[in-house]
Design a protein around this ligand. Structure first.
Ligand code: GLC
Length: 611
């Protein structure tokens, strides 16, 4: 199978977020499974500076986009069984930062147009083009547009992966012709038009043969207004081609047994090195050197959807527990100021570093005991998986990939690999932090086994790559010898593979493998946690002008999709109530909270039926 992976960033070349990690790891994992893979990304200044000497110049051509006729150079590099292509145009990409420029729309329209234009020069004609987020959302649209005129474009199937639906690429529809070189029909027929804007991600979702979210739970959440940033109707309409494939992490890079970035190596069998890492972390960040005080850590961008408001609300209650707290990250000024101020109140017990620092982040993953991620929404999240790998037990809110990777601890039957809470509520968060801390302090054996289960998780890319290949096989109608799951692969006699399985969109059955838990039908409580106000519609990006045209398109006039019912498996929900029934204290507290929550749920239910 020939796959072209289109991305606006990839490790090790350039990175602003999790997309880069995915784009750096998934293509080699696909290649390892036998696919032919090429990746294409812009040749930014930083790539030219750091990797320029290793790049091979292939050729150049010209890209026609609206009235512009622009140069496009093609460079390449072979690495990890994948051909990495870089598209060169200095006017658009020879700049210090990747995004956030006034002409981002024009830059990524050029990139997307150039990808389609340069197909002739790549080492193969792809069967599947896999795009990511709004920056390459125009690619499936251009392929459809060109497909009208030329047969060969129609042979290409497209997949679009949504890493974060918040960013959609919204523009004034008047620029469709001038900026994107598209006919007004693309807006008039409703494909691109949404809330008065030309919305690139919406267009890609409608045009692509498969749409993928980065975790099964996020795929379901995208059908709910609370998570979908106005796209819930479109997502529901496309649910027959919607998949949720959980990201992986680089299990070799993040391996506590061999990682050279940490002070001492350790493994689930011999954790002594972790004690040294903990002492080292305490020294590094100025915490008291106390071996038996659990360190709670956060490595995060300091932005609101990471759930920082919950921490602001109960920080002092948290600090009444026998813990140390370390926070690493940069972000919104209000959070930076808050954490800076808070750290001053707890010298020796709380440490904050406003920084993006790879070495320190590794020291934290290796040295901390608990990893806090109370995100309001989290499409997948990678750091909870990294933390688990290093025996740092996660405490998360049950959303997106956090819900899919962390199963709450049930110490009475030695199950689970972390702690979790359902509602976006600081009280609930505090309750599970307390449970975790007392489990650590009072029942070190039980905590030790929990830690081992966390470390044993399989977050390898191989598993996700197989799921992607199954999607590619489904949309291209090919047979691809992919084992249904690793269990079955292990049972199969050597050398024998099971026939290709048809990938199943998340609306039907969940493509579950190994540790990935079964996807629940979208629970209503998650759609609108009681404590939260209705989500605010995102402000339009700077490049956008106010929506001027009123439209009569289906989406704008009547959001019919809204009526699609969302099932609420109440039973299932109950069983997922938060975790460890360990100490009598914790059990008592759990009862109290449960009472409170069910009272709240009752009220919420009433409100709903009143509506
Ligand atoms: C985005 C999401 C994050 C996800 C990453 C990779 O950054 O916010 O949750 O892990 O993309 O898909």
């Amino acid at each position: 199978m020939k796959i072209l992976y289109v991305t606006s960033e990839a490790v090790p070349f350039c990175k602003t977020g999790g997309l880069a990690d995915v784009a750096g790891s998934l293509p080699p994992a696909l290649a390892e499974q036998g696919a032919e893979v090429a990746v294409v990304l812009p040749l930014y200044q930083r790539i030219r500076d750091r990797f320029g000497s290793q790049l091979k110049f292939e050729c150049y051509d010209y890209v026609d986009l609206a009235w512009r006729h622009s140069y496009c150079g093609l460079f390449s590099m072979e690495k990890d069984g994948v051909t990495w292509y870089f598209l060169d145009n200095e006017q658009y990409f020879n700049r210090a930062s990747l995004y956030g420029q006034v002409d981002d729309g024009e830059r990524f329209a050029f990139f997307s147009r150039a990808v389609v234009r340069m197909l002739d020069h790549f080492r193969f004609w792809p069967e599947v083009v896999h795009c990511n987020d709004w920056q390459s959302a125009l690619v499936p649209i251009y392929l459809k547009d060109d497909g009208v005129r030329e047969d060969r474009y129609r042979s290409i199937k497209t997949v679009v992966t949504i890493h974060n639906i918040e960013y959609q690429g919204r523009y004034n529809p008047y620029v469709l012709g001038d900026l994107f070189g598209l006919d007004a029909g693309w807006a008039k027929d409703g494909t691109l038009l949404m809330d008065g804007d030309a919305n690139l991600l919406k267009g890609a979702i409608l045009c692509a043969d498969a749409v993928n979210a980065v975790s099964p739970t996020y795929a379901n959440e995208l059908k709910m207004p609370y998570f979908a940033h106005r796209m819930e109707g479109i997502m529901r309409r496309c649910s027959d081609k919607l998949y949720g494939v959980l990201n992986g992490i680089d299990m070799k890079l993040y391996d506590p047994r061999t990682d050279r970035r940490i002070l001492k190596n350790f493994s689930a069998e011999d954790m002594s090195g972790k004690d040294d890492c903990k002492a080292e972390l305490q020294r590094m960040v100025g915490l008291r050197e106390e071996a038996h005080t659990p360190i709670v850590a956060m490595v995060s961008r300091l932005v609101s959807h990471k759930g920082l408001d919950l921490i602001c609300e109960v920080l002092h209650d948290m600090m009444e527990l026998p813990i140390q707290l370390v926070v690493l990250g940069t972000g919104d000024q209000r959070y930076e100021e808050f954490f800076h101020w808070a750290a001053q109140q707890y010298p020796g017990r709380m440490s904050v570093r406003m920084d993006y620092n790879e070495d320190l982040s590794m020291a934290i993953y290796a040295g901390a005991d608990l990893f806090l991620m109370p995100s309001k929404s989290e499409p997948c999240g990678l750091s909870q998986m990294i933390a688990m790998r290093y025996g740092t037990v996660p405490i998360v809110r049950e959303t997106g990939g956090l819900k899919d990777t962390v199963q709450p601890c049930e110490s009475w039957r030695d199950a689970g690999n972390g702690f979790s809470f359902t509602n976006y509520s600081s009280g609930d968060m505090l309750h599970v932090i307390r449970e975790a801390v007392y489990l650590y302090k009072d029942y070190p054996d039980v905590f030790g086994r929990l830690r081992q289960r966390a470390m044993a998780g399989d977050f390898s890319w191989a598993r996700s790559a197989r799921e992607y290949l199954r999607i590619y096989a489904t949309i291209t109608g090919q047979t691809w010898p992919i084992p249904n799951d690793t269990r079955r692969a292990a049972e199969a006699p050597e050398g024998e593979t099971t026939p290709a399985e048809k990938a199943v969109p998340v609306t039907e059955a969940a493509p579950v493998e190994e540790a990935a838990p079964v996807i629940e039908a979208a629970p209503v409580v998650e759609a609108a946690p009681v404590e939260e106000a209705a989500p605010v519609v995102e402000a339009a990006p700077v490049e956008e002008a106010a929506p001027v045209v009123e439209t009569t398109s289906v989406e704008a006039a009547a959001p019919v999709e809204e009526t699609v019912p969302v099932t609420a498996p109440a039973e299932e929900k109950k069983t997922r109530k938060t975790s460890a029934k360990t100490t009598a204290k914790a059990a008592k507290a759990a009862k109290k909270t449960e009472k409170k929550t069910s009272a709240k749920k009752g009220t919420a239910g009433k409100k709903k039926s009143a509506e």
